[in-house]
Design a protein around this ligand. Structure first.
Ligand SMILES: C[S@@+](CC[C@H](N)C(=O)[O-])C[C@H]1O[C@@H](n2cnc3c(N)ncnc32)[C@H](O)[C@@H]1O
Length: 396
């Protein structure tokens, strides 16, 4: 059998298995030098709007890309890959496992008894594409989110879900406002950098955007760890700096992010972002101690004693009042705000996100007046003298 025969037969077996409903999966491996970043390709059947498709997962060095095709297009793509970028393939059907390997003299075909006894589930849900796939993301392994094979550790499932949700939210916001210019992003209180790395990976590697991402963190050990990982991953425009949020100069930043920066550190980040005229501010606050203290110590005029007798409800109220006022103060500064739960509270109780987009035109004086009145009324109702963000913004 010459090499073309072997490839033709193998592709015919693939087509037949798909048509007969006996196709389980197909794996392409052993990339050639021409493959560049591409390491392997997996193909499996899925249902899209009730139609059978073949889902290709292209495994690149730092990311996975999923694409779906019809049968003939799939056969042509597989043939093309085997004629340049890939040296071997294995077809799994219910009848046999059929391998194809490139040798000096050409392709060689070999058959083995079927190792797969069942067809895969065809539901498209199973193939739900995540913004950040765990496989091939070595930084997630270095950060302790996945094992060396890219499997998410059991105790990191919530973190991984948050990472994806957060990247999904930012992806939408950034695509809405992409100007094609270099995007400067500052992540305040970056911590161990899970979200910073994932965002950078998505923007720079998957979307190929020109970005510069800086993580600001007070803990030196975390800054050193994250910079080591950024270097090892060759993430050239991602760096971490040690310092306090309140002192970090954000000048030139387009987007300022603060996720779970404790208590008033969120206000410090918002203040810095407003002063830098950042076009987008994204915060997921946590700990609302400043306002809770003011509410407890103040003489509010609210009629909520039935709730405020209970510490748990005071906590919840403090959270809502703190973030509600943050949104109003941002509106006062010319931002349009949205406040929403970005992941289910089953995964984290710190699940509220405030997104503020800077508006091109100034607010009308009567609207400014209304906002001021609403802020003053809320403060009076809950016995709040000053919100920390207000104090920061009042400073010249
Ligand atoms: C709860 S962690 C969140 C980390 C990361 N943003 C995330 O969501 O996974 C908060 C981080 O903010 C840092 N941090 C808190 N206040 C800060 C401040 N004022 N300046 C700099 N870093 C701060 C803490 O050291 C910590 O690493």
């Amino acid at each position: 059998m010459d090499q073309d025969d072997a490839l033709t037969q193998w592709l015919a077996a693939f087509r037949d298995a798909v048509s007969a409903g006996k196709f389980v999966k197909l794996a392409l491996a052993k990339p050639t030098a021409a493959a560049g970043d591409l390491k392997a390709v997996d193909v499996r059947p899925i249902l899209v709007k009730e139609a059978l498709k073949l889902s290709f997962t292209y495994h690149y060095r730092t990311r996975d890309v999923v694409k779906n095709y019809g049968l003939e297009e799939s056969a042509a793509l597989i043939s093309e890959l085997l004629n340049g970028k890939i040296n071997s393939g294995r077809l799994y059907t219910l009848a046999a496992d059929i391998s194809l390997a490139r040798r000096e003299a050409g392709f060689k075909l070999s058959r083995a008894p079927a190792s797969q006894k069942r067809l895969p589930e065809l539901s498209h849900n199973r193939a739900k594409q995540r913004f950040i796939e765990s496989a091939g993301r070595t930084y997630l392994n270095r950060l302790g989110v996945t094992d060396a094979q890219g499997k998410v550790h059991k105790n990191s499932q919530d973190k991984f879900r948050q990472i994806n949700k957060y990247v999904e939210v930012l992806d939408g916001l950034i695509k809405q406002s992409d100007s094609g210019k270099k995007l400067r992003i500052v992540d305040m209180g970056a911590g161990k950098g899970y979200l910073t790395f994932a965002l950078y990976d998505h923007l720079a590697n998957s979307l190929k955007l020109d970005v510069d991402v800086v993580g600001v963190e007070q803990r030196e050990d975390l800054v050193a760890l994250c910079n080591d990982i950024a270097r090892a991953e060759d993430f050239k425009n991602l760096r971490f700096v040690q310092g306090s949020i309140a002192k970090h100069d954000c000048a030139g930043a387009d987007i300022v992010i603060a996720l779970h920066a404790c208590d008033t550190a969120t206000d410090d980040a918002i203040n810095k972002a407003i002063r830098a005229k950042a076009s987008l501010i994204v915060v997921a606050p946590c700990c609302h101690k400043q306002i809770r203290r003011e509410m407890e110590g103040g003489s509010g005029t609210h009629s909520l004693d039935v709730l405020m007798r209970h510490g748990t409800y005071v906590d919840r109220m403090a959270e809502m009042v703190t973030d509600g006022l943050r949104a109003e103060l941002l509106e006062l500064q010319g931002y349009k705000t949205k406040l929403f739960e970005f992941v289910s509270d089953a995964h984290t109780p710190k699940n509220v996100m405030i997104v503020a987009s800077r508006q091109a035109s100034d607010r009308r004086p009567e609207d400014v007046e209304k906002l001021r009145e609403s802020i003053a009324a809320t403060k009076a109702q809950f016995g709040i003298v000053t919100h920390h963000l207000e104090r920061l913004l009042d400073r010249s």
